[in-house]
Design a protein around this ligand. Structure first.
Ligand code: ADP
Ligand code: MG
Length: 316
């Protein structure tokens, strides 16, 4: 198990948190830009010294060790492939450094080339590959020496949307197949939900909430977290009262709202997304958002089904 307690201050920024990650677990760190995600990974990797605290893996105290002795694999945004080496050589590089015997090295490189669907590119140099292929090489290189811990900082950050989706599923399968304890940073909630066994929401250097994706999404701890996770129906105390809820802040998650019910409303905005439509509906004086496969035109009257038991009271 990875166990850490870390403090680090920069002018105008302070990180302070405690975290445990089970062996083989994928934990996604989710937070807005500047919340301290990269700083945390750099502290764990040993690239940045903490002001206070420790990083332990099982019985082993990593805190005094330099990065190369921590057994940590990382993939950072600005961490480029070696341009003068072939794909296979890029993968073998860390294994040579770690003095793996030749036969073991070759077997591991072959295994990774196969798993990452890079076999046809083994003898090419990185410049000859597409962005997505290069990213797969970088990931394979980070995995090569079977690190006890894998740190990924926005591993899909630089890619366009279609490649992102493709690599996301690839990454998910790979992390699960390798069974390596992983911390993956993203600012994209969908990505975090898909990849991780648990997500940790970071705000201004502090952990706001840690839990399984479905739990964190369905029961965000406060209004800030709910909004950050992409929820749209955040009700003020007055709006809650108008909808027949106790007069305090509530979140109406998507499961609480549907078309076809007794509550009368008018469609104010209809957003066509291709596979679904988004509807902003005014009902009992409150503007509510819901999604459906098909939806009536703007100005149409609709009946809404409102499941008040599924409303989540919010702090703050
Ligand atoms: P994130 O990765 O979540 O976007 P970072 O960890 O990069 O956030 O940064 C968190 C805060 O720490 C930011 O305000 C950033 O400006 C500051 N920061 C990061 N690295 C340094 C540094 N080496 N010196 C001073 N301030 C830094
Ligand atoms: Mg960052």
């Amino acid at each position: 198990m990875l166990e850490l307690s870390l403090e680090k201050a920069f002018p105008g920024f302070r990180l302070g948190l405690e975290l445990r990650v089970e062996e083989g677990e994928v934990l996604a760190l989710l937070g807005p830009s500047g919340s301290g995600k990269s700083t945390l990974l750099r502290l764990i990797a040993g690239l940045l010294p903490p002001d206070r605290g420790f990083v332990r893996f099982g019985e082993l105290d990593l805190t005094p060790l330099p990065p190369e002795r921590r057994g940590v694999g990382f993939l950072f945004q600005d961490y480029a492939l070696f341009p003068h080496l072939t794909v296979a050589e890029n993968l073998a590089f860390g294994l040579v450094e770690a003095r793996w015997p030749k036969a073991k090295r070759e077997a591991r490189v072959k295994e990774l080339l196969e798993r990452m669907e890079l076999l046809p590119h083994a003898k090419k140099r990185p410049q000859g590959l597409s962005g997505g292929e290069q990213q797969r090489v970088a990931l394979a290189r980070a995995l090569a020496a079977r690190p006890r811990l894998l740190l990924l900082d926005e591993p899909l950050g630089a890619l366009d949307l279609r490649l992102r989706e493709e690599l996301l599923l690839f990454l998910r399968r790979t992390l699960r197949a390798e069974g390596i304890t992983t911390l993956v940073v993203t600012h994209d909630q969908g990505e975090a939900f898909l990849l991780a066994h648990r997500v940790a929401v970071l705000r201004e250097g502090r952990l706001v909430q840690v839990g399984p994706p479905e739990e964190v999404y369905a029961r965000p701890k406060d209004a800030w977290t709910a909004r950050f996770l992409g929820h749209k129906n955040l009700l003020s105390p007055e709006e809650s009262r108008a909808l027949g809820l106790p007069p305090k802040r509530h979140l109406l998650p998507p499961q609480a709202l549907g078309l076809g019910g007794e509550v009368k409303g008018v469609v104010e905005e209809r957003l066509f997304f291709g596979s679904r439509v988004g509807l902003w509906v005014r009902a009992m004086g409150v503007r509510l958002y819901l999604e459906a496969l098909e939806g009536p035109k703007e100005g149409a009257e609709v009946g809404l089904h409102l499941d008040r038991a599924r409303a989540v009271p919010l702090e703050g």
